[in-house]
Design a protein around this ligand. Structure first.
Ligand SMILES: C[S@@+](CC[C@H](N)C(=O)[O-])C[C@H]1O[C@@H](n2cnc3c(N)ncnc32)[C@H](O)[C@@H]1O
Length: 254
């Protein structure tokens, strides 16, 4: 039996960054130019962000396949969709095709990739996997304002803005910087909650980062007025305490 014929393709999870093609890593770009098939989630609107980055990349001859992902409230329905998508990918891997699944930002941060990966491993335990990280959307947003995400002993909380429970305000109070993902329908409430939790420094907002419709805002009033947008996030920072010049520091940030 021809061993090449039995080869299972490798599976890659590749983060494309938030939308600006310039923020795709060299490693991600190199791999995307080599794989046989590139899978992406079918876009909610007409344009897939991750797909747009690949269009701009050039030199990709891979077959492109869009996979439907439901946002159904019933978890079992979502699971069915992950399994069905995993089967589609496994079919290609079993043909010996190297396959990539691309995601916006980083594949391991609030991403469909991790769900898909579990199902692929369950269906094809022998498959070799490589995850290539991507620049997370919040890193792009904070960079636009040339502000530090956290410094020295400060702590960072990254959390979705929906499904907030009674512990949410306690979590906010413990963080020095908070990144709120999926903020579209809750921005006004969030501004009040951040104020109550003592966020007295910067309030930043970014929607559709890296796209034509990009919307960057600073300050509570401007943020409250922003139109609803799924691809949006808020970063809140406490006012940084200035360190006395002669303070002996126990730790140094590199
Ligand atoms: C499913 S999560 C994906 C997060 C992504 N894996 C990352 O590393 O940033 C989708 C959320 O990420 C944020 N997001 C991702 N890309 C964005 C962009 N280009 N502009 C604004 N927000 C973005 C928004 O909060 C959006 O609701």
């Amino acid at each position: 039996m021809d061993s090449a014929k039995n080869r299972i393709g490798r599976f890659y999870g590749i983060g494309t960054g938030p939308g600006d093609p310039g923020l795709l890593t060299l490693k991600g770009a190199e791999r995307l130019r080599k794989v046989n098939v590139i899978f992406a989630a079918a876009a909610r609107d007409k344009k897939s962000f991750a797909g747009g980055v690949i269009d701009a990349l050039g030199g990709c001859s891979a077959q492109r396949i869009s996979l439907p992902f439901t946002m159904a409230k019933v978890m079992a329905d979502r699971e069915q969709q992950w399994i069905s998508n995993a089967r589609t990918i496994v079919t290609e891997l079993e043909k010996g095709h190297d396959c990539a699944f691309v995601t916006i930002g980083d594949p391991l941060l609030y991403s469909t990739y991790s769900y898909l990966l579990r199902e692929i491993v369950a269906l094809l335990p022998k498959v070799e996997i490589e995850t290539i990280p991507g620049i997370m959307a919040f890193q792009d947003l904070i960079s636009r304002f040339n502000l530090p995400t956290v410094e020295d002993r400060e702590s960072l909380l990254i959390t979705p803005a929906w499904g907030r429970d009674q512990n949410f305000s306690a979590k906010l109070k413990q963080a020095d910087t908070v990144v709120l993902m999926k903020t579209s329908a809750f921005r006004s409430e969030l501004m009040s909650e951040l104020d109550e939790a003592g966020f007295d420094g910067e309030l930043l907002y970014g929607a559709q980062l890296g796209q034509e419709r990009e919307d960057l805002r600073r300050g509570a009033t401007a943020i409250k007025e922003a139109p609803d947008e799924y691809l949006s996030m808020v970063i809140a920072k406490r006012r940084a305490e200035r360190q006395p010049v002669n303070m002996k520091r126990e730790s140094r940030d590199e």
